[in-house]
Design a protein around this ligand. Sequence first.
Ligand code: ZN
Length: 301
Amino acid sequence: MRKLIPAALAAALFIAACVIKPPDFAASPAAHSQGTADLQLVRLAYIPAPPPAPPAPTAPDPDDITAFSHYIHPNAERYAAYISENPELDLQIAVAYVNAGLDVAFFEDIIDITVPQDWLVLVNKRHSLDKAYVPSDLRPALGSNQQLRTAAALALERMAEQMKQEGMRLFLRSGYRSYNTQRSLYYRPTSSDRYNARPGLSEHQTGLAADVVQMYTSAKIGTLRFEKTPQYEWLLQNAYRYGFILRYPKEYTNITGYSYEPWHWRYVGIHAATKMHSEGVATLEEYYGRYLITPVPVPGK
Ligand SMILES: [Zn+2]
């Protein structure tokens, strides 16, 4: 007790000294002579420092595929295998390709299409239409004897009309093909999987695919001459505005399963075609894997 009293007294005297005469660092000598300004400076000297800024949020890891909106957790092992086999691929695209089933060989484990009437239906060497499927709204298109589904026919006609105004003609050489027609086309001695679709695996059965030509009489389907026409150049620039995409681009034959077909245009609707155009999505396979699947996130995320 005896020792505490002098200590407490000393502390009290020290505090009193501070209040009466603030430490020199709180105010400059010049300020001492300015009365109330002197007190103001003292008060400012004791304002606590602002709290430290919160740490900047860390940028998402571009290699974290589980953060992708099209990540499907049950596919995790397939993603890992596909990415290690295709290290050059952009990860977003690799995940999309697996979602579209491209990590499985063509013609293996064929998936039956359940909503064939969807404008965005993916028909390829893994996704098959039922042989009984016939679109309900077929109609002749572009003054030809070929049929397309109504939306595709109207879009093609509007597109061809615009091209005509710009001095180009466009004709429809082949539209809807039934399962049986496709079967007879495929089982010819000259056909091959690279160029011809097996029955059920042809987009032409959807009524949404149009093989176009630049001349009505002499131009055959399936010649690369169409690539050299102004019509083709125009379509590359503008077809998306009418809802069409180039379905089998030159650089993606391993993805689509078909050789380059500059004449084959697929109706997917203006929204999807515009999105593909603006985002640089080159194939319907990639679009399907990115936007048309149901995401299944990581449990707990
Ligand atoms: Zn075609």
